[in-house]
Design a protein. Sequence first.
Length: 523
Amino acid sequence: MATQEETFKKIVAHCKEYGFVFPSSEIYDGLAAVYDYGQNGVELKNNIKRYWWDSMTLLHQNIVGIDAAIFMHPTTWKASGHVDAFNDPLIDNRDSKKRYRADVLIEEQIAKYEDKIQKEVDKAKKRFGDSFDEQMFRQTNPRVLEHQQKRDALHERYSAAMNANDLDELKQIILDEEIVCPISGTRNWTDVRQFNLMFQTEMGSTADGAMKIYLRPETAQGIFVNFLNVQKTGRMKIPFGIAQIGKAFRNEIVARQFVFRMREFEQMEMQFFVRPGEELKWFEHWKAFRLKWHKALGLGDDKYRYHDHEKLAHYANAATDIEFQMPFGFKEVEGIHSRTNFDLSQHAKYSGKKIEYFDPELNQSYTPFVIETSIGVDRMFLSVMCGSYREEQLEGGDVRVVLGLPPVLAPVKACVMPLVKKDGLPEKAREILNSLKFDFKVQYDEKDSIGKRYRRQDAIGTPFCITVDHDTLNDGCVTLRYRDTMAQDRVKIEDLHEIIRRAVDPKELYRKIVGDRLEDTEE
Ligand code: ATP
């Protein structure tokens, strides 16, 4: 059995080999934490974006989209708090010269205590079998209690230090917990310093006074500054949402784990504006909706979990992450935040404009509260890749590498293959391709043995292979081969369209999310 680390390496290599993800400017040895999407990657990414966009703007009559510019007036970032507070605490190890996020080092230490507890529980479970009472064990086992007590104490101390922005205390915690650098193995740490994550550039020529501007570190602010524009021109009534997909930039201190943490990435964010006092109800609503959206893809319900935030951002009164089980542990893919009226109030304050909504039902004006759902396209991409990649041991010793992608997201939906390159089979295959190509992304492949061609499609996650043989010319039927089961059916050419449509139609997923309310999704 491959370790999780080996599996992850294989997935990264697979992404490159099959045209999903390449290192940026690779011929110059790449650029750290920046990646390019290849011919299959871009299709998968676009399908993810479409699934998200439509689940927001088609399923909800009261959600509309925008596409704001990446450059924004610099005061935006003063108002949002990013200039002053968008920092990570960094710490260097003097021996390895490696840089770390102090908060991440401590969180990993907390996770270590949790792992120890879990190990005790698993051991006892094995020993006692069916009669095992886990709750009782957790409450009474001395070793579990000891780990739990250490974990809780550390957690409390860490939360207090983060909330107070106490950098000396963060360093002290690292020293007291005897956390070592994984590279050098030493505890030779520098002090903890704050580091602002925003990239800066200049607009205009220096001669006429260039203006310092930032590459946006999140797409959300483009929505907030357009709140009045959209509300007025779209005659939107509260509650309503604004959705956006776009690039964001963060000068991450530690950029590891492939597309999980990049310096240039893409976000899909939706800000939902509600009446003050109703925000926690909507927070729960979006929390549930977003998890259903993930689970509908069928990668396995047990791969997701919520993680409620200990430390709330300066603007939030509730926050949770949806985490996915990556090969390197459960990791945040999406954040759902109750942002109060912080952003709109700040923009009102800094711009001097009144940013309010007149509620005709209440007959009063107020600054709406906001629930945000924010998901990284690239992290979503990675979770889909990790959740789909598998190696199957076949009879005869062969290994089959399959990307079991949800058909809705697969870059290529079907591949048409003539059994041989002659006797009119290629022409027939092209005819079939032409009948499908306007509705589905379909490939044509006539090179190598049919087995090899199947494997190539398995590796990029194509749900269907359509093989044209000599009989096809007489009976109008083809062999349809299914990716997951490798089963083969003889089907009529005219039935192909419907078979593929049923498998890749996002409507089936939307039904899983909102039940039969497809026609009636007004909030
Ligand atoms: P983390 O704690 O992992 O740094 P975050 O809490 O700062 O993430 P948010 O500011 O809530 O992230 O951003 C929302 C979403 O944007 C995240 O859930 C993630 O999917 C994505 N995201 C954030 N930073 C990055 C990054 N550097 N690379 C790729 N995706 C990112």
